[in-house]
Design a binder for this molecule. Structure first.
Ligand SMILES: *Cc1c(COP(=O)(O)O)cnc(C)c1O
Length: 398
């Protein structure tokens, strides 16, 4: 893990210079790209309009296609991921559905790592099922199982670490298996962000994000993005993006540009606090297991750091309701990646009325709890957890 940390230092330095640098092409020499809040763009002449329609000049026509503020975000994110191009979306799910749908047809098969983000699992299990697209789930840590599943598949869908149970994979090894079979690979990199994992450099074809999480970083925007080679991004831009219509709004793109400026320093702070809290939790008698990739002997190759989201399992007899209700800094709430700390009890998620119920399918432990460790400061957060633990055990005794 020490190697990983050293590597992560230099990567973070390089990445920070990419996204903090002032873009000198802004209108009025504004230091921040302006919010171009317009639906359409007019043309000074017939000739210019026809040139735009013919694609002889690239300029915005209508915001569902191209918008300068959205473009500023896309260019920043492409730089961070080391990609030729990127495309912003109205949500992470819009990015996932538009990306996967541009490659699959009825009768195709997708291979996915197990325990992916629950709504991706539900998209595959409902809508895709109706379209006669089959999804085979494999344990991404089992490279032989992945190799057996890939032949004949159209697309390989990855997420590392996976949601909730945090199974971390050797992304480069899995991408190589997909490439050997001519299967296009896509990874959800929302958890690690390009600060800790750059999947395109590990051989993955496309990387996508729920930008609602760390990229935005302030819990004030729902958005998504896909990055990769220009030829593939052009294909998305020309096919599923305009017609499914899940476009990113100029204001949300502006919030993302602002969020990205501080991504490297925010990720370091999330990493340090979450790692320390995970270590302390793992030493407690009342905790059966902590699912945090940083607690393994070493991180998988290509993952150079860890973020603020992890889960753990309480031993029997702990009052999880009292634990959650006593916490003051950790608020009960879904999502993650913002400045604030959050808790989601597994037993609540297991009650969710959704088909298919991924919590059950994933074998989510009823005594598990997911934490997002925010930026409040490690000791303040640990104090909050200690007080809640006392209440959770005290009410058990009484
Ligand atoms: C939240 C999330 C998504 C979905 O993103 P939205 O912006 O909410 O649509 C996708 N993948 C992961 C890992 C997520 O946590």
């Amino acid at each position: 893990m020490n190697d990983g940390l050293a590597q992560s230092e230099s990567t973070q330095h390089d990445l920070a210079s990419l996204i903090v640098a002032h873009d000198e092409s802004n209108a009025f020499d504004a230091v921040v790209p302006p919010i171009v809040q317009t639906s359409l763009f007019t043309f000074p002449s017939y000739d210019e309009m026809i040139a735009a329609y013919r694609g002889e000049i690239v300029r915005p026509i209508y915001t569902r296609g191209l918008n300068p503020t959205v473009r500023a975000f896309e260019e920043m994110l492409a730089k961070l991921e080391g990609a030729e191009d990127a495309l912003g979306f109205a949500s992470g799910m819009a990015a996932i559905s538009s990306t996967v749908l541009s490659f699959v047809e009825p009768g195709d098969r997708i291979v996915a790592v197990r325990n992916v983000y629950p709504d991706a699992y539900r998209l595959f299990g409902t809508f895709f099922k109706r379209m006669n697209i089959e999804v085979t789930y494999v344990d991404g840590r089992d490279e032989e199982a992945v190799a057996r599943a890939l032949p004949g598949a159209r697309l390989f869908y990855m997420e590392s670490p996976t949601s909730w149970v945090m199974e971390a994979h050797d992304v480069a090894a899995l991408a190589k298996l997909a490439r050997a079979q001519g299967v296009i690979s896509v990874i959800d990199n929302s958890w690690a962000t390009p600060i800790f994992q750059q999947p395109l450099k590990l051989g993955v074809d496309l990387v996508l994000h729920s930008a609602s999480k760390y990229l935005g970083g302030h819990s004030d925007v729902v958005a998504g993005v896909v990055a990769g080679p220009k030829a593939i991004i052009d294909r998305l831009r020309g096919e599923t993006y305009p017609y499914l219509g899940g476009k990113l709004s100029p204001f949300d793109a502006w919030l993302l540009v602002r969020g990205l400026r501080t991504l490297p320093i925010r990720m370091k702070a999330h990493e340090a606090s979450a790692m320390e809290i995970a270590i302390r939790l793992s030493k407690l008698d009342v905790v059966e297991q902590v699912c945090h990739p940083g607690l393994a002997n070493r991180l998988p190759p290509g993952l150079t750091g860890t973020s603020g989201l992890f889960s753990f399992v309480f031993r029997e007899g702990v009052d999880i309701r009292a634990f959650a209700d006593t916490l003051e800094l950790f608020k009960l709430g879904v999502s993650w990646g913002g400045h604030e700390s959050l808790i989601v009890p597994g037993e609540v998620v297991l009650q969710q009325k959704a088909e298919p119920n991924s919590a059950r399918a994933f074998g989510m432990h009823p005594r598990s709890v997911r934490l997002h460790v925010g930026l409040e400061g490690t000791e303040a957060l640990w104090g909050d957890i200690e007080a809640a633990l006392a209440a959770a055990q005290g009410s058990q005794a009484g």
